[in-house]
Design a protein around this ligand. Sequence first.
Ligand code: NAP
Length: 450
Amino acid sequence: MAEDMTTPLLSDSEGPADALPVCLTSPTVAILGSGDFARSLALRLVASGVRVVVGSRCVNRIPSGLFPDAVELRNQEGAVSQAVCLVFMALFPEHYCSLLGLQSALAGKVLVDVSNAAEMNIHGLSNAERLAELFPNSLVVKGFNTVSTWELQTGAHDGSRQVLICSNSTEGKKKVVQLARQMGFHPVDMGGLSAAREIEVAPLRLLPSWSGPVVVTFLLFLFFYGYGVLLGILLPFLAQGHNAFYRLALDLVNESLPAVALVTLALVYFPGLFAAWLQLWSGTKYRRFPSWLDNWLQRRKQLGLLSFLGAALHGVYSLCLPLRRISLHRIVNTAYKQVKAGTEEPWDELGVWRSELYLSCGVLGLGVLSLLAVTSLPSVGNTLNWREFTFVQSGLGYIALTLSIMHTLFFGWDFAFHIEAYPFYMPPSYLLAVVLPCIVLQNLCRTDHR
Ligand code: NAP
C-alpha cells in the first residue's frame, strides 16, 4: 500500500477541475515526529498532492522506505523552516516542552495539535490549550485526532470521514479545513479552542449513545431470563423434583428474547407519550424536558434497533426449535404412543387458527421492524422527507408494535385465563411483557383520536 500512496491521487489529467489549482499550489506542510501517526499522515498528504517535510530528532534513526520517497526528512528546525504555514505536531503532548527552542521559528505558523486525551476526565487545560500557552505567537488548531492511522492510509474510504476542528484563529482554522477537504475528509467546525477538550476525549468514547439502551436491554433480558429460570426450572425442580435444566441453553433464551424485544419497542414510543403528557400538564411546549427524558428521547433509534435485534434472534431461535433432540424425542414418542393405542391426532380447528395467526403476526411484525431498522440508516433516512420519515418511524412503528402485541396475545390465546397458566401463583412471562406495550398502544390511540 505504501507504494500506491506515494503517487498523488489528484494528477494533472485526472483531478477534478476545482481541486487542481489547490493541489498544484499546495504549500509545503511540516510534520514534527516520525511515529505511526506522522507516517500515515505523510502518506495521505503526499497522495493528496501536498509536499511534505518530516522533522525528526534523529533523521538517521528512521529506516529507509518508512516514508514515501516524496517526503523530505529533516531535523526539527529544518522541517519547520521549510513549512510555509502548517506544522502538524505528531508527538505526544508531554513532549511539547522539548520544542520550546523552536518558538521563534514557529511564530505565525499554524500548529495542528493531533493529540488525544490520556483519560476521559480531563482536569485543567486540554492539550491544545496547553500548546497555545507554550507557543503564544503561533495559531493553534485542534484537529485530525479523531482520524485513525488506518483511515489516513485508506484515504478516508473506510471508516468515518469526519475531522473535528476547533481553534481561536479563524485564519488557522480556514487553512486546516482547506487541507482536510483536499485530503478527502469532511471537516466539522466545532468552534473555539475550548472545544478541544471534547474533541480530545472523543476517540476514547465507546459507542456513547448505545451504552444506556444496551444496559436497559440487557437488564430486561436478565429479568425475563431470571423469571423464566425461577418459574420454569427452579420452582418445579424444588416442588416436584422435575429436571428441566436443559431449557437454560435455548428454550429460555428464546422465551426471553421476544419479551425483551416487545418491551424495548414499547420503550421507543413511551417517552414520546410521556413528553406529550408533560407538556399538557405544564400547559406549555416551551419548557425544557428533564435531562433524563431528553436523553431517553434521543436514544429511541438505538432502542428500536435493539428491539429489532431481539425479534430477529427470536425468529432464528424459533426456526431452530424443530432441530432439537427434545423435539424429535417428543414427536416420535407421541406418534409411537398413538400407534400403540390405535388413535390419531385429533383435528383442533381453534388450535390451528391460533398457530396460523400467531406465526403470521410474528413474521409480519418482524418484517415491519426490519423496514424501520433499514430506514434508520443515515444513507436511507437522508433520502426521505420529513413526512415520509414520520410516516415510517411513527406509522409503521405503531403497526410493528400492534403486530407484536397480537403475536403475543395469539400465543397466549385462552391459556392465559386458565389456572394452569399460573403455576406457583406467578403469571407467565409473556403476560408481563405485554403490559407496557398495551399501555403505550392504548395511549397512542387516544392521542391520535384527539
Ligand atoms: P509514536 O509512534 O510514539 O510517535 C511519537 C513521535 O514523537 C516519535 O516517533 C518521535 O519522533 C516524536 N518525538 C518528538 N519529541 C519527542 C520526545 N521528546 N520524546 C519522544 N518522542 C518524541 O506516536 P503516534 O502514534 O505517532 O502518536 C503521535 C500523536 O498522534 C499523539 O499525540 C497521539 O495522541 C496522536 N494520534 C495518534 C493516533 C494513532 O492512531 N497512532 C491517532 C490519532 C492521534 P522522532 O524520534 O522522529 O522525533
